[in-house]
Unconditional design. Structure first.
Ligand code: AMP
Length: 360
């Protein structure tokens, strides 16, 4: 979707990804399929372009460093380094006075025992590296569950955090330009299913105080980290209206996908503008909107019912062109606009329900 936005603005696109036939390759001029640690190919790729950006933050530091010697990588290696490890991320956020749930660094069963004693239960144990969408997470409900939870880690470094009994999850997708300019898409409300984003509605129904605070925190994070590009800050909103940062993602984000159809400048065009050193575009959203994800599970009884979904004529279909529809894999999304964000959500959910084929 970044490549499509770049193409529309007249840019040529080269892409590098570990797998061949990646969605970006369908709209790119040149595709390199190489592992991220194939540094020779990374250098050849970087030598052929003017600027590099990423749609996935878990790219190795060596890869980013090698690319940076040929072309600017935006956001920079320091942003990726901080955001690709939960421990570094939480330590950085806490150290810069941004609100996060209480947490502990866990490297041994003893640390986990004392962490659970300190923080209490329920708590969540998360692997420090390479985690997203609830991958590498175990909930600890009672102190006797510590041993089992520790074994699930298989020796990986982890973070233990207090389980937050949140009212809802909200996020702010924002961008920072090369000149320090800042733009944001407001506060959106995210509903998850099995730890994976299911539906986003925009705007979220939050108080003006929460809204201002969420934007202020997001701006502070982008500025303190010196981000160039789009970044998403995901929050828990507690029952007493306190915001706690759950995660930061230094890239275009699933909770900003609605912007393609709903905003003057989509998060993808914004990313292109930011990393190319252009002025940021207007983030105005003339009407409330909603987005529903399409996961691979929808293919479990064969091809989903596209004609039935497309009969919902004011709902927009986005499919990423991924070949294998595996359960829990994000294959595409639907967006709709409405008089209220709830009305828009009802439209995308009805259209998504129409895709479900009966069990044969
Ligand atoms: P994550 O991969 O850390 O974004 O977590 C995925 C989802 O798990 C979140 O969106 C929440 O729904 C849930 N979750 C993660 N951490 C916590 C927590 N400390 N308290 C309550 N729910 C959590």
């Amino acid at each position: 979707m970044i490549a499509i936005a770049a193409r529309r603005m007249g840019y040529r696109i080269h892409t590098l990804a570990p797998d061949a036939d990646s969605p970006t390759s369908h709209v790119a001029d040149l595709e390199y399929s190489a592992a991220y640690d194939d540094i020779d190919t990374v250098k050849r790729f970087a030598d052929g372009v003017d600027v590099i950006t990423l749609e996935f933050e878990n790219v190795l530091t060596e890869t980013v460093d090698a690319a940076t010697t040929y072309a600017p990588v935006r956001p920079g290696g320091h942003v990726l380094y901080t955001a690709q490890n939960r421990l570094r991320e939480k330590t950085w956020l806490h150290g810069h006075n941004f609100p996060v749930a209480p947490f502990r660094h866990i490297t041994s069963i003893e640390e986990l025992r004392s962490g659970v004693e300190n923080l209490g239960t329920p708590a969540i144990l998360k692997t420090a590296g390479f985690g997203y969408d609830g991958k590498g997470q175990v909930r600890i409900d009672t102190p006797d569950a510590v041993d089992d939870a520790y074994h699930e880690l298989s020796g990986q470094e982890a973070v233990l955090e207090t389980f937050i009994d949140f009212n809802r999850e909200v996020s702010v997708v924002a961008a920072r330009g090369l000149d320090g300019g800042f733009a944001h898409y407001g506060v959106v409300d995210n509903t998850h299913r099995n730890h994976i984003l299911d539906v986003t509605i925009s705007p979220a129904d939050v108080s003006p105080t929460v809204y201002q605070e969420a934007i202020k925190i997001t701006r502070g994070v982008l500025e303190s980290l010196d981000v160039v590009g789009v970044m998403c800050v995901e929050f828990f909103l507690t029952r007493d209206d306190t915001l706690l940062i759950n995660e930061i993602a230094p890239r275009v984000h699933n909770s900003g996908h609605f912007t393609i159809d709903a905003c003057i400048t989509s998060q993808f065009e914004q990313q292109v503008r930011a990393v190319c050193g252009l002025p940021l575009g207007s983030t105005a959203q003339p009407q409330p909107a909603a987005m529903a994800n399409l996961l691979g599970d929808l293919w479990q009884n064969g091809e989903p019912n596209w004609p039935a979904m497309l009969a919902h004529t004011d709902v927009k279909l986005h499919l990423y062109g991924k070949k294998d529809a595996r359960p829990a894999r994000k294959m595409g999304h639907l967006t709709a606009k409405g008089d209220t964000s709830q009305a828009a959500a009802e439209k995308v959910m009805a259209a998504r329900n129409a895709l479900i084929m009966p069990t044969r």
